[in-house]
Design a protein around this ligand. Structure first.
Ligand code: URA
Length: 222
């Protein structure tokens, strides 16, 4: 018989559904960002918690109009307990500065709050377990514009198998049963831009489009 190891067994799929249901119930019980941080930190359904040093929840201003969602903490983020504080974070700060923003004017989080060992890619199971918390996080922040940072975040949030090359460069939408449509613009991950600087040109176009949309939609809040 042919066994394809990349396809989870029915038993694994059932376990994953149960995990997701538990995560969703916990996440939905949170009624504020602080509440969600406590609930998520106490969640034991993601094994990465065992190996990570710190829970990395968010940085910046939860009342901001722009919400950035990256993939997962790296070594420096794990050490400090803050997202995007390593080399990729420094480039993200420069990208923000290019459109006249700094960290106090945006809100930044990740799909996963715990560092995968050795920065390996997160597994589908890890993402499935944490996604209900991210969705709740977005609902509680209710940003005016959502920015998935990199392919992993874009695929998870937009529930697609398309890669970032196809997903960036255009406006998309994100909504949940409890939240109206949020205009969404995926961008290349700064860690990728550090390796492939030629893609900075396209990223600049995305940043300009984001800035323009912010200006069009008014200057309420930050
Ligand atoms: N890469 C990410 O996706 N998130 C971080 O917080 C740091 C690096």
């Amino acid at each position: 018989t042919l066994v394809r190891p990349s396809v989870p067994s029915p038993a694994k799929l059932v376990a994953r559904d149960a995990l997701e249901a538990t995560a969703r119930e916990l996440a939905l019980s949170a009624t504020s960002v602080e509440d969600l941080a406590r609930t998520f930190a106490a969640f034991d359904g993601c094994d990465l918690k065992v190996t990570a040093k710190n829970f990395v929840f968010a940085d910046g201003n939860p009342n901001a109009r722009l919400m950035f969602i990256g993939e997962a903490p790296g070594a420096e983020e794990d050490r400090q307990g803050l997202p995007f504080v390593g080399p990729a974070g420094r480039l993200l700060d420069l990208m923000l500065a290019a459109i006249g923003l700094d960290r106090s004017e945006v809100y930044i989080t990740n799909i996963l709050p715990w560092r995968p060992p050795g920065n390996r890619n997160p597994t589908d199971t890890e993402i499935t377990a944490c996604l209900p918390f991210i969705e709740r996080h977005i609902e509680l922040v209710r940003p005016q514009i959502l920015i998935p940072v990199g392919g992993t975040a874009a695929k998870a949030l937009l529930n697609t198998r398309e890669g970032i090359v196809k997903l960036r460069g255009r406006w998309m939408t994100y909504a949940t049963p409890r939240m109206d449509v949020v205009p969404t613009r995926a961008i290349f991950h700064p860690a990728y831009l550090l390796r492939s600087p030629a893609q900075k040109r396209d990223t600049w176009r995305d940043l300009v489009a984001i800035r323009r949309r912010l200006d069009e939609d008014g200057n309420a809040a930050t």
